[in-house]
Ligand binder design. Structure first.
Ligand code: GLN
Length: 493
């Protein structure tokens, strides 16, 4: 039998259902690996809680009431609120915070929502992330950076860096992530794993700490497209009473089309994604992957997404604007940290926020407050919203000619820790290929397609039209049947 920590979600589910291992045995194996906290991936682990959940899973398996992924472990990004683990969003301002409830996504993957059964997964704890999910390298966490299991002198990507590192280092078979402007796709690419951000509104945002509400989406990160399909099927579904932007579409079995052939599939290749800024090693790797897809029957169609470059200024106006509003709730009154010495209420707010927020979060709050302020609103925020619509329209023109869009996730492989420390703009610019789909609310994913400089993983991005997640997963699964990049693992794991 494959060692438990080397099994995929699908293999673990099978092993548990056929009682070749118990949920407690599986949980114990992963808890042992996470001990000592390699890569600084975890922020909260509580073996008592995890083992109690595993026991409950074993009881359900014995009783014949098991969920679809009963007993399979998962780690949750620390922006999902959880009752049994602390939730910090990677911020000092929420240090030690305990939520009175679980996020809907956490419930659906776990024991279930209300009287509806969930998938039955066992929570391994909470994983590190950039503070309030703001970042591209996981260097903005108040609890220290996460390191990349492929090369610990490099970043794992962000903001879901803890999720990606935990899966790549086999500390967890799967993790949740959130993607506002690329935070599932880019760390998946940097750590050589598979991740998908569904159409905006597919997964409930209830209990997901808000960064930029019109962009935030939850999604799974795992080793294979097959696993992502299983996880996404459990996570998605309308949540109309609790999330006002939840899509009123039924849950879907995203595994149903994995086996479809790629013959005749039209893959759009946006010329703007293959310009000067793309590193040569990434380009060569992506080109080779496209050849493989062609050999599998797909047709490559040149397309254009003419406003790609504008995605950066547009996103870095809209996201901070929403963040400045969302983060106003952290005022020392309702949640988390409160300054010790203060003279009056306003002074308490100021000191609490000055002490509690990190530099990048403060930068975004200030940018956001500025672009929303009287006199600048029309010039920045309103303009950005107009261009956002044009970016979405460009995708619709492109999808008239192709079924899915493919390209790089990021312009380079993972960079060295500290590389961009004095230049936050460098991190922003690296988001260029993930931001357009986020602004349009489209589903996007990353799958490992090989290695670039320094033997660092390279991910290919697949973008689909609205609600076309099953199609993306189908393409990735077929690619993974023909290749073994997703099976590679970092040395010493
Ligand atoms: N890197 C982007 C940012 O810093 C995206 C982050 C995200 O998707 N959460 O905002």
């Amino acid at each position: 039998m494959t060692q438990l920590h080397n099994m995929t979600v699908a293999q673990l589910a099978q092993t548990l259902q056929t009682k070749q291992a118990s949920a407690v045995e599986v949980a114990t194996a992963f808890l042992a690996r996470a001990g000592g906290n390699p890569h600084n991936a975890f922020l909260d682990i509580n073996s008592e809680v995890t083992l109690a959940q595993a026991q409950a899973s074993d009881a359900r398996i014995a009783a014949g009431t098991a969920g679809a992924l009963e007993g399979v472990p998962i780690a949750h990004k620390d922006v999902f609120v959880t009752r049994d683990f602390a939730t910090t969003a990677g911020s000092k301002i929420l240090s030690g915070y305990r939520s009175p409830f679980d996020a809907t996504v956490v419930q659906k993957l776990g024991a279930g929502v209300n009287d509806q059964n969930g998938a039955g997964m066992v929570s391994l704890g909470k994983v590190n992330c950039d503070e309030f999910a703001m970042g591209s390298a996981n260097e903005n966490s108040a609890y220290g950076p996460v390191t990349n299991p492929w090369d610990t002198s490099r970043v794992p990507g962000g903001s879901s860096g803890g999720s990606a590192a935990a899966v790549a280092a086999r500390l967890a078979p799967a993790a949740t992530g959130t993607d506002t402007g690329g935070s599932i796709r880019q760390p998946a690419s940097f750590c050589g794993i598979t991740g998908i951000k569904p159409t905006y509104g597919r997964a409930s945002r209830y209990g997901m700490i808000a960064y930029a509400s019109s962009l935030d989406q939850a999604g799974p990160m795992a080793r294979t497209a097959e696993d992502c399909a299983l996880l996404l099927s459990a996570m998605c579904g309308a949540d109309l009473d609790r999330d006002s932007t939840s899509l009123d579409v039924p849950a879907e079995n995203f595994s149903a089309k994995l086996g479809d052939s790629l013959t005749g599939l039209r893959i759009g290749i946006p010329k703007e994604f293959f310009g000067e800024g793309l590193a040569a090693d990434v380009r060569t790797t992506i080109d080779a992957a496209l050849k493989t897809l062609e050999a599998q029957g797909a047709k490559l169609v040149p397309i254009t997404l003419p406003r790609t470059e504008l995605a950066i200024p547009v996103y870095y106006i809209i996201a901070p604007a929403e963040a400045s509003s969302n983060l106003s709730r952290f005022d020392g009154v309702k949640f988390g940290h409160r300054a010790k010495d203060y003279t009056d209420l306003v002074n308490m707010y100021k000191k609490t926020r000055a002490e509690g927020f990190g530099e990048e979060v403060k930068r975004r709050i200030m940018t956001g407050a500025y672009v929303l302020s009287h006199g600048y609103y029309d010039a920045y925020y309103l303009q950005a919203q107009k261009i956002r619509r044009m970016i979405a329209d460009d995708f619709q023109s492109a999808f008239a000619e192709c079924d899915v869009i493919a390209g790089p996730v990021a312009p380079s492989v993972a960079w060295k820790l500290g590389n961009n420390a004095s230049d936050p703009l460098a991190d922003y610019l690296a988001d260029i290929f993930t931001l357009p789909a986020s602004l349009a609310g489209l589903p996007g994913m990353s799958m490992p397609v090989g290695f670039g400089k320094g033997h660092m993983p390279v991910g290919m991005q697949l973008i689909g039209n609205y609600l076309q997640e099953a199609r993306l997963l189908n393409v990735a699964h077929q690619y993974q049947l023909a290749t073994d990049h997703h099976l590679q693992q970092p040395e010493g794991i």
